[in-house]
Design a protein around this ligand. Structure first.
Ligand SMILES: Cc1cc2nc3c(=O)[nH]c(=O)nc-3n(C[C@H](O)[C@H](O)[C@H](O)COP(=O)(O)OP(=O)(O)OC[C@H]3O[C@@H](n4cnc5c(N)ncnc54)[C@H](O)[C@@H]3O)c2cc1C
Length: 492
């Protein structure tokens, strides 16, 4: 006899965590809702929609195999779907859900009367993070990360960091290697559910992303076997002809629940011990998972909903044409990165930060427009993770709440850390002139435009001093106007 509805959002797809951890197949009806708003409400990348929907449908089927009664409902909205489920039972029963990952969904479900169990899809309870954050003068991730290492007992022996250092970042900033063979990436197998979803979406079936827990676990093991050992040194580099380098490609599964960070860490430590992998790589990867990921989620909840609307630099340029069409630029790096996103809805951390966000920052694109575009186009995008990464880390729209300074970069950085510049029509060493790299021009123009805002920030002093030393500022300003116009039109 059914006495509860368990509602499973598409990012809680896990049998052992969230509301299913204590579910009973005899008395619980499990409900998943494919809402029209979710599918057609925005201009979502089809690969992303495919991944989300196919994963949810596979999960529903798996629940049935485990003996659960399951309703996979198509409805206009989540709430309409929940009403449908209630009606089908012909009686009023409580609806249980794990605390949602976004503030808006939390509020909507709460208003509808859903009862929550704690969200345990992270390693850090929300109140524990709040407690840490409320005691900080500035929210330095590294401090939180060391707390995590000690609290969770990861890579710590007798209170000391394994390998003698907490952080091996200084060993991990190598440019792309030359004459290097990158190990192959896992191709996922497809089944009739995948084929059906792809057909419904009119989407060409690809094999990059798993849509089952088994596929997600296979990806984790593939990473640990072939990529883990060399993850660290090249994590900040961007190759021209290799799309994933040594990155793990697990963010979509961590974010939709198919795998849990605790098992990622347990498997990583196991592989490290068994294979004696380089500590600089293992530490770097662990830092991403127990440090950055948890910190970003904690900050999202700590800073609240209004944070997403911040626009401290009053950046109001319309989204650049090139974000919507990789061919609308001659800039090799931007073209390459956007083309990767068009293909797989993914690119690694440095292109997200130092190419896409950097371009949005120095051209003054409206941060909310940029946020919306990123949300729609990435396979692993969720509100909780995109908002702090873009509003705080990427575009400094929060005026310094997360990071103490903005991180604009010119062509010199891109030339050092990527392979794009050698064959580009623009010269990263030039900041003015017809073939000057737009990043180099706009880097200085950005500092020039915001000189007043940044002059109180001592961490920007060096850069502003550099600006004062420029002898071609007038010429550079003219070039910047031309470049910005070209980026708006899509012909730079
Ligand atoms: C502007 C911007 C937008 C981003 N948007 C997203 C997003 O929508 N979804 C998302 O999961 N990550 C996002 N990130 C973080 C990071 O770029 C991705 O997690 C990573 O590229 C995913 O690929 P991977 O699994 O191979 O990661 P790896 O490089 O192998 O890292 C391992 C894991 O660490 C975690 N991680 C590392 N850095 C971060 C971070 N800054 N925030 C949260 N988790 C982190 C991820 O779960 C990732 O899977 C964003 C970063 C920036 C700068």
């Amino acid at each position: 006899m059914i006495s509860r509805i368990i509602y499973i959002p598409f990012d809680h797809l896990n049998m052992s965590h969230g509301a299913l951890a204590k579910a009973n197949p005899k008395t619980d009806l499990v409900v998943l809702i494919e809402s029209k708003r979710m599918v057609t409400g925005r201009n979502w990348h089809k690969e992303r929609l495919f991944f989300m929907i196919s994963s949810a449908r596979h999960f529903a089927k798996e629940l049935e195999t485990q003996g659960f009664q399951v309703q996979y409902i198509k409805a206009d909205t989540t709430i309409a779907g929940l009403e449908k489920a209630k009606k089908s039972l012909g009686k009023d029963v409580p609806i249980i859900c794990a605390e949602p990952s976004s503030i808006k969904q939390f509020e909507a479900l709460q208003e509808f009367g859903v009862d929550f169990v704690p969200n345990d899809f992270f390693l850090t309870p929300r109140d524990l993070f709040r407690d840490w954050a409320s005691k900080q003068k500035s929210f330095v991730m590294e401090n939180f990360y060391r707390l995590q290492r000690n609290r969770l007992g990861i890579l710590v022996e007798d209170g000391k960091p394994v390998g003698g250092q907490w952080n091996f970042d200084q060993d991990n900033r190598l440019p792309p290697p030359k004459n290097y063979t990158w190990p192959a990436y896992l191709e996922q197998t497809r089944d009739e559910i995948d084929v059906e979803v792809a057909k419904e979406l009119n989407h060409e079936l690809a094999t990059t992303w798993a849509t089952t827990r088994a596929g997600a676990l296979a990806q984790l093991q593939h990473f640990l076997k072939y990529h883990m050992d060399a993850f660290g040194p090249y994590e900040d580099a961007v190759a021209k002809d290799n799309w994933a380098m040594h990155h793990s490609l697990i963010s979509p599964y961590l974010n939709n629940g198919l795998i849990h960070p605790s098992e990622v860490i347990a498997e990583t430590i196991k592989a490290y011990k068994k294979n004696d992998y380089a500590i600089q790589s293992v530490e770097a990867f662990v830092r991403q998972v127990i440090g950055w990921r948890e910190y970003i989620n904690g900050m999202y909840w700590f800073l609240g909903y209004e944070y997403r609307e911040a626009n401290a630099l009053k950046a109001n340029r319309t989204l650049l044409t090139v974000f919507k069409n990789s061919q609308a630029t001659k800039m090799n790096c931007v073209q390459g990165v956007v083309a990767d996103i068009e293909k797989r809805a993914w690119t690694h951390h440095i292109p997200r930060l130092m190419i896409l966000s950097n371009l949005a920052l120095i051209t003054g694109v409206n941060p909310q427009e940029f946020l919306d575009w990123m949300r729609e186009n990435f396979i692993d995008a969720s509100e909780w993770v995109m908002v702090p990464n873009i509003i705080g880390m990427g575009t400094y729209a929060d005026g310094g709440k997360l990071m103490t300074k903005p991180y604009p970069a010119g062509g010199a950085y891109i030339s050092r850390m990527t392979e794009f510049c050698k064959t580009c029509v623009y010269d990263p060493k030039k900041r003015s002139g017809d073939d000057a790299c737009p990043f180099s021009t706009l880097y200085w123009d950005f500092l020039d435009r915001h000189r007043e805002t940044f002059k109180m920030n001592h961490r920007m002093a060096q850069q502003l001093k550099g600006l004062d030393r420029l002898s071609d500022l007038d010429e550079l300003r003219d070039r910047a106007k031309f470049v910005l116009k070209g980026l708006d039109k899509g012909n730079i």
